[in-house]
Design a binder for this molecule. Sequence first.
Ligand SMILES: NC(=O)c1ccc[n+]([C@@H]2O[C@H](COP(=O)([O-])OP(=O)(O)OC[C@H]3O[C@@H](n4cnc5c(N)ncnc54)[C@H](O)[C@@H]3O)[C@@H](O)[C@H]2O)c1
Length: 254
Amino acid sequence: MGILEGKRILVTGVLTDASIGFAVAKIAQEEGAQVVLTGFGRLSLVERIAKRLPQPAPVLELDVQNTEHLDTLASRVGEHVDGLDGVVHSIGFAPQTALGGNFLNTTWEDVATALHISTFSYKSLAVACLPLMKEGGSVVGLDFDASKAWPVYDWMGVAKAGLESANRYLARDLGKQGIRVNLVAAGPLRTMAAKSIPGFKEFEDSWPDKAPLGWDLSDTAPAARACVALMSDWFPATTGEILHVDGGVHAIGA
Ligand SMILES: NC(=O)c1ccc[n+]([C@@H]2O[C@H](COP(=O)([O-])OP(=O)(O)OC[C@H]3O[C@@H](n4cnc5c(N)ncnc54)[C@H](O)[C@@H]3O)[C@@H](O)[C@H]2O)c1
């Protein structure tokens, strides 16, 4: 029996089969879950990618900047499942001007876009799903360690620091309803989001050497497995946590 047997899971952020969200959906299905996906913008592409999952999964449109999409999300998800046990936030975006070493010159408008999509949406998504989580559940988000300043990550790093803080506040406010809220801080992975970061190669070059366990830049399974584990019954007393899945880099100094 899989560790998500009988569980109903919403996975956001699937764009290609390299997306971390795709690996989460795949492993969740393999572990027995019923999965519903959301996609942003290029829905026909997401629907095509969804067909590569072990089982067909419905794809619903969700732009986290669109209030109507968020307001109707629970009823649209409710057409496919009678509740949710897990919700995965695998969404991030920052305009090019907010990345790549331009930290001192980025405008507020561009920073605001990054924070809206990458930080505030964690709260928006969790709250939008509450009507389907009456019996408690697990919310998991994807993080990149924000405890230090990195090369080129710039305002996305600030957005992730906000995400880490929002994770703690959501854990505080949703605990009473039996909802756990945790982040998986993954090492660098070659996804569309990563490729759009100018200078991402700096991470690629150093990470595998620095990681005590080594690090495979094209293997999304370790991060996805951690997400699946956090949605299982095996972390019943863990919330507000940040689980590092980075080969151990966070623990190492120079
Ligand atoms: N790739 C990495 O190196 C890495 C490392 C740590 C954490 N992460 C995080 O993992 C998460 C998933 O990213 P990924 O690496 O799988 O890349 P990805 O490009 O496959 O996924 C990013 C997703 O965000 C979605 N998105 C962007 N704007 C949106 C909006 N307005 N509304 C709804 N969805 C929107 C995109 O459609 C896409 O599906 C992100 O939060 C990212 O920051 C990535």
